[in-house]
Each structure stands twice: as C-alpha cells, then as structure tokens.
Design a protein around this ligand. Structure first.
Ligand SMILES: *[C@@H]1O[C@H](CO)[C@@H](O)[C@H](O)[C@H]1NC(C)=O
Ligand SMILES: *[C@@H]1O[C@H](CO)[C@@H](O)[C@H](O)[C@H]1NC(C)=O
Ligand SMILES: *[C@@H]1O[C@H](CO)[C@@H](O)[C@H](O)[C@H]1NC(C)=O
Ligand SMILES: *[C@@H]1O[C@H](CO)[C@@H](O)[C@H](O)[C@H]1NC(C)=O
Ligand SMILES: *[C@@H]1O[C@H](CO)[C@@H](O)[C@H](O)[C@H]1NC(C)=O
Ligand SMILES: *[C@@H]1O[C@H](CO)[C@@H](O)[C@H](O)[C@H]1NC(C)=O
Ligand SMILES: *[C@@H]1O[C@H](CO)[C@@H](O)[C@H](O)[C@H]1NC(C)=O
Ligand SMILES: *[C@@H]1O[C@H](CO)[C@@H](O)[C@H](O)[C@H]1NC(C)=O
Ligand SMILES: *[C@@H]1O[C@H](CO)[C@@H](O)[C@H](O)[C@H]1NC(C)=O
Ligand SMILES: *[C@@H]1O[C@H](CO)[C@@H](O)[C@H](O)[C@H]1NC(C)=O
Ligand SMILES: *[C@@H]1O[C@H](CO)[C@@H](O)[C@H](O)[C@H]1NC(C)=O
Ligand SMILES: *[C@@H]1O[C@H](CO)[C@@H](O)[C@H](O)[C@H]1NC(C)=O
Length: 486
C-alpha cells in the first residue's frame, strides 16, 4: 500500500511530515477527537499521513502538495456521529498551509454527519465515490448570519438568516470536487417546518461562497438542500462543471439549483439539475438594498446542461436583479418536464437592468410555457422600495429554440413602464400541444423575427427574411395578447 515516493516529492514529504506532526500534536492536545474511532493521536497518525500522501498521488488527482484524510482528525463515517470538530480541525490545518499551495481534505467512503462548517482559502475538498457529507437537521446547530447586504432581509424573514451548510467568506482558490461523492443537506425536515411555519429565520443554502474568487465546483453531487443549493455571492471567476444537483421536484420549496448572485466571470457547464424550484436563477440583489449594494451579475456562460424544474423554470434571471444583469450566454440546454423553460422576471421597484442576453440552441421537452418575460413579479422586502424604479430590459436574443409538447412557447409580458426592447427571435420551431392560436403571446415588446419561426410570432415584432431583409415593420409593439388561461 505504501508506494515509494518519487524523489521530486521528497522535499514536499518532509514538509508534509512536519505539518502532519504539528496537526497531530494539536489533536493530541485537544484530547484525540470525537469518541472512538479517533486517530489515537501522536505518532500513529503521523505515519498514516505518510500513507495518505503516497496513496493520494496514485489514486486520484492531487492538485495540492498536501492531502489530509478526514479520518485522521477523528471522524467516524457511520451517519450518526457528529463530526463537526473533525471538519473544523482539518480546515484549520489546511488554513496553515496557505503560503505552501494549500491542502486537500480527502473524504473517504462513508456517511459523515456534521454541523455546518467553514472552508478556507487554497483548499480542495475531495469527496470520493460513496462519500457523503450529511447535514445535521437540528437547526440549533446552524449558526445565524447577518442578512445579505443586497437583500436587507433574510429573504423569508426579517433579521438574521441561517448560514449555509458548507460556507466560505473572503476566500481565494477553493475547489470542491471528487469521484461523485455527495453533499446532502437532508432538507426534508426544513421543508416540512417551513411549510408548517415553524421557522423564525430564513433557511440556509447548502453551499454558499461569498466575496471570493477562483472557485471551482466539479465532479460531485449536491442534494436535498434546505434552501437554494449552490449560492455563489459576489464572487469572481467561478467554474461549475460536471455536477449533479438533485432535490425532489415537488414539495422541496426554494431548492434552486445554482444561484449566481452579483457574480462575474463564471461558467456553469456539463451538469444535470433536477430540483424543486428554478434550475438556475441569476440574481443581483433585491430592490433598494440591491440598488445600494450595486453589484451586477455579468459575463456568465451557461452551457450543456439538462434541467428539470417541475414547479418553476429551467433557467431564470431575477426576480432579484436590482444590481443589474448583463452579458449572459445560455447555450446547448435541454429543459424537460418543467413548468417553464427560460424566464426573465422582474417588477417595478427593482430598478437595474437585464441586457445583452443570448439564448442559443435551447430545447424544450414537455413544458407549460417555453420563453417567459414577466415584469410584474411583485415580491418586495418591505415598503421601502421606490415604485418608480423601473428596470430596463433590452438586447435579448433567442436563436435556435426547439422542442415539443409546449402549451405556450412564448409569453413576453412587457408593460407601459417596463417595455421589453430589442428582442430577436431567429430559427425557432416548438411543437405545441394544446391550441395553435395565441401561443406566441406578447405585450409591450419591440424587436424582430428573422427567418422561420414556429409557432407564428406575435404582430408586435418586425419580420425579416433569412437574408435579414425587412419584410414587414410592426406598428403595434404595445398590443397585448397575454392569456394566462391557456
Ligand atoms: C483514509 O482513511 C481511511 C480510514 O483510515 C482508510 O481506509 C483510507 O484508505 C484512507 N484513504 C486514503 C486515500 O488515505
Ligand atoms: C463561518 O464564518 C462566518 C464568518 O466569519 C461566521 O459568522 C460563522 O459563524 C462561521 N460558521 C461556522 C459554522 O463556524
Ligand atoms: C465527471 O465526474 C465523474 C465522477 O462524478 C467522472 O467519472 C467523470 O470522468 C467526470 N467527467 C469529466 C468530463 O470530467
Ligand atoms: C453521480 O451520482 C448521481 C447521484 O447518485 C447520479 O445520478 C449520477 O449519474 C452520477 N454521475 C456519474 C458521472 O456517475
Ligand atoms: C421560533 O420562535 C418561537 C417563539 O419565540 C419559539 O417558541 C420557537 O421555538 C422558535 N422556533 C425555532 C425553530 O427556533
Ligand atoms: C480562475 O480560477 C481558476 C481556478 O482557481 C484559475 O486556475 C485561473 O487562473 C483563474 N483565472 C483568473 C483569470 O484568475
Ligand atoms: C473532474 O474529474 C475529471 C475526471 O476524473 C478530472 O480530469 C478533472 O480534473 C476533475 N476536475 C476537478 C476540478 O477536479
Ligand atoms: C455535456 O455534459 C455531459 C454531462 O452532463 C457530458 O457527458 C458531455 O460530455 C458534455 N458534452 C460536451 C460537448 O461537453
Ligand atoms: C461576456 O462574457 C463572456 C463570458 O461568457 C466573456 O468572454 C466576454 O469577454 C464578455 N464580454 C464583455 C464585453 O465583457
Ligand atoms: C444543441 O443542444 C443539444 C442539447 O440540448 C446538443 O445535444 C446539441 O449537440 C447542440 N447542438 C449544437 C450544434 O451544439
Ligand atoms: C439590439 O441587440 C443586439 C443583440 O444584443 C445588439 O447587437 C444591437 O446593438 C442592439 N441594437 C440596439 C439598437 O441597441
Ligand atoms: C410603446 O410603449 C413604449 C413604452 O411605454 C413607448 O415608448 C412607445 O412609444 C410605444 N410605441 C408605440 C408604437 O406606441
């Protein structure tokens, strides 16, 4: 099992040895960890770390110079023992390595129950196959954090909110990865209490990383979050790839998949999302709080996803978008068995803007409504919003929109105060299930249709042929044909 170390890692090994010795000394000092199954402290764990390092270089990608095994901090993977101290010690050991490239925490197969814990910079959390980190359900073990500044409120309740299960603030270079191990929020008890109105604070997300940069999520499964699943907040340079995100598609309230919030330079790709609310919801703060905070979400690329959202939408922008949302590309997406496909939602009072958005090659399979823009999503934190803060919606392209089994392929509902400007539809063919008329619904929308678009587009839009020659200019941008009965 102990492989000889290649010479190049010898110096690293010496470093690891001293770090290991240091960490085990602290375990010793603190009394050897939780109950039985502890490392036993002292020298035995030092030698186990030596094993870990060698095994790590052969078994799975080792991107950090040092890898710790969770069990060496006294963790017990029986699904019953609460391992919070082990996680905290491990993170603390890694935090001491920040000047040396950081460290990896290897989580072996097992069911590792823990209370919420914080990550640190230059850290990789690696979840091996059949490793599951389980959240405790007792809410008294979940710390309360101040409301997000751009929301003013906990979101469901005023005042503080529960922090996330796995949390990070002001970090750099964090990686959550593995061989498809999983992080399980055990949200069932939270959903039940929420529905019975037994909670006094807003539920916590599963993973929330705030004010951080260079963050990677890859190769793992996130499931059954109490609230939003993955919430990067005011972060820069975030990659989310090859992930599976799961929650029951009904009766798992607010379990959005991924909510980029006031984030920039982000990629979300190659993933499967099936949840109880929006698959993805791009946000940037709520009404006057979002306006004051003033951080847009921008430069986000979303591609190659399969999404199911039985009660909400595959991909949403908003409704909290008061800091602005721009330069978003969404391509090669399949949305199936969902209520809505791609949706932009906002309301008077939000302010801000949604502009320069491209949807390309999006397929709908069995949806109620395909393309949605809604400008009266009236949900406000408090009475302090400015009712005349009208968001701007403009420069939105839908190109290559396909599918079948959709009741209403398009419903764009601008308003006198929030008209939708410069929308382009190009190359669209969506099979309808129910009626053939009034299924491309519009109001207060200006823009164009280029080439072949099925079903027949609303008269609000200008018509161009395949060669982009004007065929018919519309003089009725503001005509309203919205029918919620269909
Ligand atoms: C981690 O520790 C467990 C329990 O001691 C052991 O079975 C496993 O082989 C270790 N894994 C690695 C990669 O060191
Ligand atoms: C995580 O860090 C935040 C910010 O420092 C702190 O408020 C919170 O209590 C920490 N959470 C845990 C579980 O330690
Ligand atoms: C995706 O993750 C799985 C494990 O969850 C892994 O087996 C597979 O190789 C990964 N694919 C890519 C393209 O990274
Ligand atoms: C990862 O695990 C999830 C949940 O068990 C499963 O649905 C998914 O197919 C797995 N992904 C890979 C690449 O094996
Ligand atoms: C909510 O507050 C009420 C009244 O103070 C209290 O009885 C109840 O235990 C609290 N519930 C939770 C989940 O903290
Ligand atoms: C973004 O983050 C990744 C992963 O940490 C890193 O490799 C890359 O250099 C970062 N890019 C920029 C422009 O900082
Ligand atoms: C995801 O898994 C693939 C296949 O094992 C690997 O090549 C890639 O480096 C992993 N990504 C991360 C960020 O660990
Ligand atoms: C799209 O994502 C899936 C995983 O959901 C992956 O298997 C496939 O290779 C990806 N396709 C491309 C073109 O990257
Ligand atoms: C728009 O976002 C993409 C990433 O999706 C980025 O490459 C590009 O530079 C951004 N464009 C502008 C004008 O910032
Ligand atoms: C369009 O998206 C689908 C997934 O919905 C994908 O299979 C297909 O390869 C994409 N087409 C192109 C030309 O990228
Ligand atoms: C309309 O939107 C397109 C695509 O976003 C953009 O290229 C064009 O400049 C916009 N036109 C106006 C008049 O703003
Ligand atoms: C449609 O409404 C918008 C915004 O209310 C207004 O600026 C525009 O002049 C109207 N267009 C027509 C053709 O009446």
């Amino acid at each position: 099992m102990v492989e000889p170390l290649p010479p190049i890692t010898r110096r690293r090994f010496i470093a690891v040895f001293w770090i290991a010795a240091f960490a085990s000394l602290s375990i010793w000092q603190f009394g050897g960890g939780d109950r039985e199954g502890t490392s036993g402290g002292g020298l035995s764990s030092v030698f186990r770390w030596k094993t870990t390092t060698a095994a790590a270089s052969g078994g799975f990608p080792l991107v950090r110079p040092v890898s710790f095994n969770l069990t060496d901090f006294g963790a017990v993977g029986d699904g019953v023992t609460i391992n919070t101290e082990a996680f905290e010690r491990a993170v603390s050991a890694i935090s001491k390595l920040s000047k040396k490239g950081g460290g990896q925490l290897y989580v072996p197969p097992g069911r590792w129950l823990t209370a919420p814990f914080n990550l640190t910079s230059f850290m990789t959390l690696f979840l091996d196959q059949d490793a599951e980190i389980l959240a405790v359900q007792d809410e008294s073990l979940w710390p309360l954090l101040p409301p997000l500044p751009s929301y003013g409120y906990g979101r469901e309740h005023p005042g503080p909110r529960y922090g996330s299960f796995i949390h990070g603030q002001y970090l750099k270079d964090v990686v959550l990865t593995g061989n498809n191990g999983s992080i399980n929020g055990q949200g069932q008890s939270w959903w039940k209490k929420y529905r019975s109105k037994l909670l006094n604070h807003t539920r916590g997300p599963l993973v929330q990383i705030m004010w951080s940069s260079d963050v990677v999520f890859a190769n793992i499964t996130l499931r059954d979050s109490p609230f939003w699943t993955l919430h990067p907040y005011d972060c820069k340079n975030v990659t989310i790839t090859n992930m599976t995100i799961l929650a029951p598609v009904i009766e798992a309230p607010n379990t959005d998949g991924i909510d980029p919030d006031s984030c920039e330079d982000m990629i979300i790709e190659n993933s499967y999302i099936s949840v109880g609310d929006d698959g993805i919801a791009i946000k940037s703060g709520w009404d006057q709080y979002g306006t004051t905070y003033g951080r847009p979400s921008k430069n986000i690329l979303i591609r190659n996803l399969t999404i199911r959202s039985n009660v909400s939408a595959g991909i949403s922008i908003g409704s909290e978008m008061s800091g602005g949302v721009s330069n978003i590309t969404v391509e090669n997406i399949l949305i199936w068995s969902s209520r809505r496909g791609v949706r932009i939602k906002t309301a008077p009072g939000r302010g801000g803007y949604v502009r320069d958005i491209t949807f390309r090659n999006v397929t709908f399979d069995e949806l109620r409504v395909g393309v949605v823009i809604k400008t009266d999503y009236n949900e406000h934190p408090d009475g302090g919003f400015d009712p005349r803060a009208f968001p701007v919606l403009e420069n939105i392209i839908y190109t290559g929109i396909y599918g079948q089994g959709v009741r209403v392929p398009v419903r764009i509902q601008g308003s006198k105060e929030i008209p939708v400007r410069n929308v382009t539809f190009r190359d669209m063919s969506v099979g309808v299930t129910y009626k053939k008329k009034h299924v491309f619904q519009c109001s207060y929308v200006q823009g164009r249709v280029i080439g072949t678009v099925f079903p027949a587009p609303c008269e609000n839009l200008d018509r161009y042929d395949e060669q982009e020659q004007l065929v018919k200019q519309s003089d009725s941008h503001n005509v309203t044909d919205i029918d919620y009965e269909i």
